[in-house]
Design a protein around this ligand. Structure first.
Ligand SMILES: Cc1ncc(COP(=O)(O)O)c(C=O)c1O
Length: 401
């Protein structure tokens, strides 16, 4: 039999999806499962989005579209990012993709030759590593433990950029930690970036509308507009508008980079479907009450989860200020035995596995994000499930000795 490409040997299925699948299977077998695993927003977009899609269907929605994205959608996105202070961009600075994941993949293809280095903080969103491995880039992981609130310091960034990586990939608010960098923190990192002109900066900030406590969203180009010729902002409709299955991602950055992504699109997807363009345009330019309400709801859920985390002896959980994740350090449990099942919890993977079997609560082990002392709780489940789910989590701790 002929061989597969070496690249496929480096490609791994998403660790998060594997947990989500296991939880789904147990549920279909009749188990009472509460899933904190997959990062889905769990709400639907407003009626105007469906209306726009229906209207598009009635016209000539079967045509090929633009490799960059429909003009109306690009214009709606330009107006959308102006509201978060990203101004002065034109259609030529934009490109779209089948979700931000696809945009990120295209950026990796466009910016990294084999053997080039991409640096990013740990904990990281799982796909960063997976994509880097597929394109055969070298990865420089910058460890940001809970002791520093999972945040990158200017000194760490300076040391990393001094090694001249081709790309520095930044994520704010963070998946998996929910951490948000304040204005001063972003300004300090931007000052470091300004010293190193040979590195592209990708800011994967798809949770930029889900920021709590009045911290606000800040980007390197807010602090240093001259970085616009190297900073690539990535956004998505998935989480903000409850539209993960519609698969729409964006980038705004230097024209040359946007054009590279458009060229990649022309070679594999051609364009997003017209119905999707219409729905995306409506989401971006229509009423924003759904995302605004959801942000307030997630902040309240964050408070609910944190109240329980703070009450479990030994658990260290930096307080998230955005997205919909908490990322507790649960390493105090390692080496202990779970009384009712008699199982030893040796590490994060075993913790999640025994927790799922014993309590029917699905979480993602931190090692999927490069931090094996922790686990990720995604708290977007239906509200009535949240309190029992986190209570079961707490109960599990009380059963360890
Ligand atoms: C940080 C981050 N970037 C990108 C993505 C991908 O989003 P999309 O659904 O637009 O592909 C996700 C999805 O979970 C994410 O958490």
């Amino acid at each position: 039999m002929p061989q597969l490409a070496r690249r496929i040997g480096r490609a791994k299925p998403s660790a998060i999806m594997q947990i989500a699948e296991k939880a789904k299977r147990l549920k279909s077998e009749g188990r009472d499962i509460i899933s904190f695993s997959i990062g889905v927003p769990n709400f639907l977009p407003g009626e105007h989005v469906y209306q726009a899609a229906r209207e598009a269907l009635e016209h000539d929605s079967g045509q090929y579209g633009s490799n960059r994205g429909a003009d109306a959608m690009l214009d709606a996105f330009l107006q959308h990012i102006e509201k978060i202070g990203l101004t002065g961009y034109t259609r030529a600075n934009l490109a779209t993709g089948v979700g931000a994941k696809h945009v990120l993949y295209n950026l990796a293809e466009a910016l990294l030759d084999e053997g080039d280095t991409i640096a990013f903080p740990t904990p990281y969103w799982t796909s960063y590593l997976d994509i880097a491995e597929i394109v055969d880039a070298k990865v420089d992981l910058l460890p940001c433990p809970p002791e520093q609130d999972y945040k990158l310091t200017p000194a760490q960034l300076d040391a990393a950029l001094a090694k001249k990586p081709r790309v520095f990939l930044f994520n704010n608010p963070s998946n998996p930690t929910g951490m948000v960098y304040g204005r001063d923190e972003i300004a300090a990192l931007a000052d470091v970036i300004a010293k190193y002109p040979d590195t592209w900066i990708i800011t994967d900030d798809i949770y930029n509308r889900m920021v709590f406590d009045g911290v606000g969203y800040h980007n390197f180009v807010h602090c240093r507009p001259e970085l616009k010729d190297r900073v690539i902002f990535v956004d998505s409709l998935s989480k903000t508008y409850g539209m993960p299955g519609w698969r729409v991602g964006f980038m705004a950055g230097p024209e040359v980079v946007a054009q590279a992504v458009v060229t990649m699109n022309s070679n594999h997807i051609t364009s997003l479907p017209e119905v999707v363009n219409a729905a995306a345009t409506a989401a971006l330019s229509g009423p924003q009450d759904v995302p605004d309400a959801k942000c307030a709801e997630f902040q309240a859920k964050r408070d609910q989860v944190m109240a329980v985390m703070d009450s479990i002896p030994g658990v260290v959980c930096p307080r998230p200020q955005g997205a919909f994740y908490v990322f507790p350090d649960i390493s105090c449990a390692f080496g202990k035995t779970h009384g009712p099942t008699g199982k030893v919890v040796g590490n994060d993977v075993e913790f999640c596995s025994v927790l799922l079997e014993a309590k029917g609560v699905a979480c993602v082990p931190g090692s999927a994000f490069g931090e094996p002392r922790a686990l990720r709780i995604s708290y977007t489940c239906p509200t009535p499930q949240l309190a029992p789910g986190i209570e079961r989590f707490k109960e599990f701790f009380s059963e360890l000795s």
